[in-house]
Design a protein around this ligand. Structure first.
Ligand code: DC
Length: 229
């Protein structure tokens, strides 16, 4: 079973997807982390994010692997290093390149072929797993998303004023929604969930409620009149 959760930054999709996966005992895939890993590789290689051939070469040669809760880039644990503001900014630029997307989409499909999964990102329901059994698209008001992002930054020891957080979010939304390749949008058959006024637990509960367990095998009923009593 594949469950996709797409949506903009700050919609709560990462936390929700992680909790949903653990509740359903399914694997979890954070595809944003993969774009972040490529961005970090680009920064480490000293390649300019606008140098398309340079970024493409880095993306094609980067070895990106998940080990339990860790993300490895060329064998290095980069789980925390991919969460800096610099990586966030570059990831949204390189995510617009079709060469980068092709490489990561192929990796994501390969992970999907290995079994059931809750996967989150921007294009999971539209491009990577159009055949997914369940598709969700999480949204939230800009104000809510900006406050959540500011709190995440604080948790990482970074402080940023709310207007700056809001402006960065708006730039990223604009790039993610208006790029030519796999822009951020809900799949036609996705269930839309506005998380602005919901707790994480309420969102997870509402998703679980929509995911029906496999139908139990129909019992063969005895024809009328033959039932034992
Ligand atoms: O979800 P995130 O903030 O970790 O994502 C980092 C960037 O990667 C973001 O700008 C959007 C991009 N991204 C994407 O284009 N497609 C995905 N499936 C996941 C993330």
């Amino acid at each position: 079973m594949i469950i996709t959760i797409d949506g903009p930054a700050g919609s709560g999709k990462s936390t929700v997807a992680r909790l949903l996966a653990s509740r359903l005992r399914l694997r979890f895939l954070d595809t944003g982390a993969m774009y972040r890993a490529v961005a970090l590789a680009v920064l480490r290689a000293g390649v300019d994010e606008t140098d398309v051939p340079g970024v493409t070469t880095v993306a094609r040669s980067a070895c990106i692997e998940f080990h339990d809760h860790l993300l490895l880039l060329n064998g290095d644990d980069v789980t925390d290093a991919i969460r800096t503001p610099a990586v966030t900014a570059v990831s949204s630029v390189i995510a617009a390149l079709p060469e980068v997307r092709a490489r990561l989409v192929e990796l994501q499909k390969e992970i999907g072929r290995q079994g059931s999964l809750v996967t989150e990102g921007r294009d999971q329901g539209t491009v990577v797993f159009p055949q997914a059994e369940y598709k969700f698209y999480l949204t939230a008001s800009t104000e809510t998303r900006a406050r959540r992002r500011q709190r995440d930054l604080q948790d990482q020891g970074e402080s940023m004023e709310l207007p700056e957080v809001r402006a960065q979010l708006a730039r990223r939304d604009h790039r993610d929604q208006n790029r030519e390749h796999a822009p951020l949008r809900p799949a036609d058959d996705a269930v839309l969930v506005d998380t602005s006024d919901l707790t994480i637990q309420q969102v997870v509960d509402s998703l679980v409620a929509r995911i029906s367990p496999k139908p139990a095998r129909e019992c063969h009923k005895a024809p009328p009149g033959q039932s034992k009593s």
